[in-house]
Each structure stands twice: as C-alpha cells, then as structure tokens.
Design a protein around this ligand. Structure first.
Ligand code: GLA
Length: 335
C-alpha cells in the first residue's frame, strides 16, 4: 500500500479514526498509528482499577505514556471508562467487609472522578463516563414474566439505585467542564437492548444530566447484525439529539463465542472486507451525527478477541501488522 495513503486523512471530512491502544501497541504499532489514526482510547489504562487500585493510591504512569504519545502525534484522546461494573476494584464497593453505603460510594466516586478528570484536564476531549449500565437482553418469556428491566443489576445499582448514573455525569461535568460526556454500551443494535439503552439515556436527559453523546461499541461479527439494524440504531440514538461515536469497532470472524477455532481463509477475509465496506458506507452517510470511529485495537495479533485460546482476525491490520486489502478500499471510498 502506498506510503501516502492514510485512513484518517481520507476520512477527515467525515469523522476521526481512532484505535484502542496500550503501552505495548503504541511502540509496536507506532508507524501504523501515526499513518492512519488521529484518535486514541486507552484500552485499560484509564479504567478505575488501573488508576486507583487501592483507595487513595493513584497510578497514572501507563495512561500518561499513551497521552504523551497521542499529543506528540497530534491525536485526540477519548477517555474510557471510570464508571463501570467491571474492572472496578473490590474495595470500592466495600466497607469493613460489608457493602459500602450509598454516601460512601458517592464520596469515593467524587474523589475518583475529581482526581482523574483534573489529572488529564483538557487532554481528554471526551469521556465514556458510564459504561454498560443497561441490562442485557433476556428471553422474551422472561420479559413477559418479570418485565423489561432497563438497568443492569450491579453493585452501584444496589447501593445507590439508578441515581448513581445521573450523579456520575454531574460529577464529570463539575471536574471536566470542557469534555464531551458520553454513555457507552454494547449489543447496541439488538432491538430489545436498544430499547433499554434508549430509555436509560432518555431518562438521564429528562433528569437534566449533562449527557452529550452515545458510544456504539460495534463489537460485531462478519455475519451480524444486519446493516439495516445498525442504521435503525443510529437513527434511534440520534433522535435523542446526541452525538454518536463508534467506540470499539471490530468484526469477529465467528458466528458465536462458542464456535471452535477456524482458519482465516480468503473467503472469510472477503466477507469481512464486504462488511467493513458496508458499515463504513453507512457511517459516512451519517457523518452529520457520527464524529468518530474507533477500532478496538490496531492489529489482529493483539486484539482482545485473539487473547484467549482461539485466534480471531477482527481488525484492518493482520497478525503481522500488514494492512488487509480492505484498508485501501475504505480509503478510496472516501475520496
Ligand atoms: C468492553 C469495554 C472495553 C473492553 C472490551 C473488551 O467493550 O468497554 O473497555 O474491556 O469490553 O476488551
């Protein structure tokens, strides 16, 4: 591929092109990042557990390395994700071995968001303040029996009720007055989950929470969801008046998590290319509401989907860091 071609330059008129990175990939994939990406997200380094593993003990070294790399290379930085039911240390939810009461949860949330927001300041232009607070899809017969529960059952919810969500946005606004504040979630194109995510965000907006955008994670596969379902989702979320970011794009080569390992054949690569082209065409056509498209990783070798026992090939760069043919097609399509 020509040295002159650049994904982020080609898409400048549409949206930013981002990658989730870590302290290894900013070195290993530095050249790819510099050529094709103008935005980064820390894969784990800004999450609660990494930043404050023990109460009052903050560690910013890894995130700071990534921020320095991004600044040096004129990349924007998305902040991800201080309020999440995962990767939050046990101590946060406990007091003397029992569940921490609401006041203490809020005190800790305030201290955490203050320190993190003030540490990064305007270097982070946008925060996924809350991640994945909507309940996952449950079978239809469950809904008939128990109702269509909007909120994920978490320790936050147990301690504070749904008010913790509103609180998180107000705290982030207080300590990071200039950042754009997002909510981020997955399975966002599943019709039932979409309804829950929509309701969760509508409730926040109705309560006056400073929510400005929604992050569609886009952990899809080369088989699903249907492009029409993605389109419907974009329209539904945008109808709330929110900006949209695609925050964690990858296209798994498997139908499901349980499939046995396959090999990455030309046929699968072509299917994947077609899906990438279709989705990018859709995203370009909604560039009036989509400001950023971020991939969850740079190259297949270090994708979270390849870390287990099963290999996967979800990204635009292969196991050796070479561009897949679809990269040039995506660039040409934007010209
Ligand atoms: C979710 C989170 C990300 C990351 C991925 C898997 O989508 O939002 O931060 O942990 O899972 O790696």
């Amino acid at each position: 591929m020509s040295e002159l071609l650049s994904l982020c330059k080609a898409y400048r008129k549409y949206f930013d092109i981002g990658a989730a990175v870590n302290t290894t990939t900013i070195v290993k994939d530095a050249e790819i990042l510099k050529q094709h990406f103008n935005s980064v997200t820390c894969e784990n380094e800004m999450k609660y557990g990494r930043v404050q593993p023990e109460e009052g003990h903050f560690t910013f070294e890894d995130a700071d390395q990534i921020v320095a790399f991004a600044k040096e290379n004129h990349m924007r930085i998305r902040g991800h994700a201080p309020v999440w039911h995962n990767q939050t240390p046990d101590w946060f939810h406990l007091q003397g071995g029992r569940p921490a009461p609401r006041e203490l949860v809020y005190e800790r949330l305030d201290a955490h968001i203050k320190t993190v927001a003030e540490h990064f300041g305007d270097a982070v232009y946008c925060w996924d303040v809350v991640n994945e607070a909507a309940a996952d899809t449950v079978p239809e017969n469950h809904i008939a029996r128990y109702g269509n529960e909007t909120y994920r059952q978490t320790k936050y919810l147990n301690a504070c009720g749904i008010e913790y969500l509103e609180k998180a946005y107000h705290l982030m606004r207080k300590y990071s007055p200039n950042a754009q504040l997002f909510y981020n979630d997955y399975n966002e194109c599943d019709p039932l989950k979409r309804e829950r995510i929509y309701t969760l965000m509508k409730n926040l907006l109705d309560l006056g929470a400073p929510l400005q955008g929604f992050g569609m994670q886009n952990h899809y596969s080369i088989y699903k969801p249907e492009t029409d379902e993605v389109k419907r989702s974009i329209e539904t979320y945008a109808s709330l008046g929110l900006r949209l970011h695609i925050t964690e794009m990858d296209l798994s080569c498997y139908q499901s998590r349980e499939d046995p390992e396959i090999t990455f054949t030309d046929e699968i690569m072509e299917l994947q290319a077609k899906r990438y082209e279709e989705l990018f065409e859709l995203y370009r056509s909604y560039s009036d509401v989509i400001d950023s498209v971020t991939f969850w990783g740079v190259a297949d070798d270090t994708s979270w989907l390849s870390r287990g026992t099963r290999k996967n090939w979800p990204l635009l760069f292969d196991m050796n860091g070479n561009a897949k043919p679809v990269l040039e097609k995506l660039i040409r399509a934007a010209e």
